[in-house]
Design a binder for this molecule. Structure first.
Ligand SMILES: NC(=O)c1ccc[n+]([C@@H]2O[C@H](COP(=O)([O-])OP(=O)(O)OC[C@H]3O[C@@H](n4cnc5c(N)ncnc54)[C@H](OP(=O)(O)O)[C@@H]3O)[C@@H](O)[C@H]2O)c1
Length: 258
């Protein structure tokens, strides 16, 4: 029996991916820090679908916590055929004012843990001709004043995912970088975005809609998937705009949230 490991399964896009993958018959290993939410989710999924669900709480912003999570999964004799690296967070504000420890934690969670889990589970994934789904962001394609580190972490995710997908093409393993735009979840509150008005004015999709799109992209073994027509259009127009203009534009966008 093979499992899908989903990080950040306690809320937003990760929680919706857990519901979708359970519906589609995947056995699941769910991870996040909030054990109570994970327990409740696991009970709901077990009672509504004929699947096995394990929960393994873990703070993936601690350095080397990916090793601990991998060890815990192997101690239970579980193997995986899908790795969903979804856990992540951003912080809004001037770089000079940010707590250094929080910035390290962001890089650890958004980049290092994602990379480590991909490496640690590589044998499982090659043996099963499995799939990796990395939740990046449209932020990956811009430089992001007032969210400089977050945007840079997502650029890492897209670059790493595309390269790995190519390297693994002869091993039957696919790596999908999925790029949502702004999406309703706990992300905005956690990032310190106090101006929710912007989200009321823009057509912002639910986490469920975004998760369905991400799941389909992973199952089709797409290398890169951008969610939403407007996001795709902005990336096309952005690709022919001067970089200096794009930085100003993103700054104006981020300022409106603070
Ligand atoms: N929402 C957006 O507008 C948006 C847009 C583009 C990309 N994304 C990306 O989508 C992904 C999912 O975010 P979301 O929008 O669903 O936000 P969310 O509702 O805040 O969910 C984030 C998930 O990550 C987990 N997490 C946070 N810190 C963690 C840590 N230190 N260790 C382990 N797990 C941790 C959280 O669980 P616990 O708190 O229980 O640990 C939660 O399950 C992220 O990678 C985010 O960058 C979001």
């Amino acid at each position: 029996m093979r499992y899908a490991l989903i990080t950040g399964a306690s809320s937003g896009i990760g929680l919706e991916l857990a519901h979708i993958m359970a519906r589609e018959g995947h056995h699941l290993i769910l991870s996040a820090r909030n054990i109570l939410v994970l327990e409740e989710l696991a009970n709901t999924l077990r009672s509504s679908h004929a699947i096995e669900v394990h929960i393994i709480p873990c703070d993936l912003s601690d350095s080397r916590s990916a090793i601990t999570l991998h060890k815990a999964i192997k101690e239970r004799n579980l193997t995986i055929d899908c790795l969903v690296n979804n856990a992540g967070f951003g912080l809004l504000g001037e770089f000079k004012d940010m707590e250094e420890d929080m910035l390290h934690r962001m890089v650890e969670l958004n980049c290092s843990s994602l990379m480590s889990l991909s490496r640690l589970f590589m044998n499982d994934l090659i043996a099963s001709k499995g799939r990796i789904l990395n939740i990046a962001s449209v932020a990956a394609f811009y430089s992001g004043p007032l969210m400089s580190v977050y945007y840079a972490t997502k650029a890492f995710v897209v670059s790493f995912s595309e390269a790995l997908n190519f390297e693994l093409r002869n091993h039957g393993v696919s790596v999908t970088a999925h790029c949502p735009g702004p999406t309703h979840s706990n992300f905005q509150e956690r990032a310190g975005m106090h101006n929710a008005t912007l989200f009321k004015l823009l057509p912002v999709p639910t986490s469920k809609i975004v998760a369905e799109h991400a799941y389909k992209a992973m199952m089709k073994r797409k290398s890169l998937a951008i969610h939403g027509f407007i996001n795709r259009l902005m990336l096309i127009t952005g690709s022919i705009s001067p970089r200096s203009m794009k930085v100003r534009m993103v700054h104006a966008f981020q300022s409106s949230k603070s």
